[in-house]
Write a protein that binds this ligand. Sequence first.
Ligand code: CA
Ligand code: CA
Length: 369
Amino acid sequence: MEKQFFFGSLLLLFIFMVACTNETVITDIATEYESSIGKDPAMLKAKLNNDGEFSSPLFDLATAPNNDILVADAGQGITNIYGATEFALPGVTSVSTVGRGIMWATTGPMDPAEDSGQAIHLVGNGGTKMVANLFHFEEENDPDGAGVDSNPYSVAALNANSALVVDSGANDLMRVDNKGNIEVVAIFPDEPVSTDNLKNIVGCPDPIPGFEAFCNLPPMIPAQAVPTSVVVGPDGYYYVSELKGFPAPAGASNIWRISPNASGAMCGTDPDCVKLFSGGFTSIIDIAFDNNGMLYVAEFDEKSWFAVEVLQNGAGGNIKVCNTETLECQTIASGIPMLTAITFGKDGKLYATKNSLIPGQAEVIEIAQ
Ligand SMILES: [Ca+2]
Ligand SMILES: [Ca+2]
């Protein structure tokens, strides 16, 4: 429980840690997702005893060129789909492959405000090599001007020489080369968001004891973007999703489209970083394109990250498929507890994490499409 809680805060870099240290594991979880799973998750788990076991939390999935699915299991490192360790890298938050044997990975912090593990690594040839300490970069540059806060959460390999990283704490997108040179590509702004969702989930006007103050919040307050995922689109542009920080609004998470030529772009004002989707999502945790250029969006929880991390009464996450031209989206799976990542196999199969933050229960499932 302590461990789940700790890594939950690592995921969400948030402040309300005190609120839930004595709580129990989530029990109130919707189960509609069962009908959306193509393969019985037990089938995937069957091999587990022979091939490994997840430590959790699971923060990311990636697909290697040979169609192997890789898992960023922060409890141990980069694993196969059954949890067998391929590269020990505790604290790993994201992985992205160049080839089967070469990949980029990020690690997150013990404490986002301290130099405590924030880094990008090259992985391969039997080992891992730290390329850059991302806390040092944030400490020296603080690109969003909001203070020193670093929580590298998603990496996208460009090639063996460079990779993109989003730092959820720093609210920025960086490009890092294999010598450790770092360039800020884009910075994601605070935005005013509604406090309605927060008030609803804490039960205003008769809130859960301890949350009374939330009922008196103004209707709108500024929230940090908290970028959670970066992918390179079929058009070569970079796409970045937002979780949205406190007050954990519903329907206010954006997806940004960023020119590969962007440098230091202030999103929302610089034409090199514009909103593809202006809100419409809740607590996005991962995005992925399929082979047809459709954008798949994973929402951590329909009631927001706050419902899971603090109140521990989440409704489960959704996966939506979106057309990036018409901007129409359709929900293809819902009620997935602690959904943190999605990836497509080379064969078009869609995989997702489930119960990602719970030791002994975290797994990778296939989603029927
Ligand atoms: Ca900062
Ligand atoms: Ca991802």
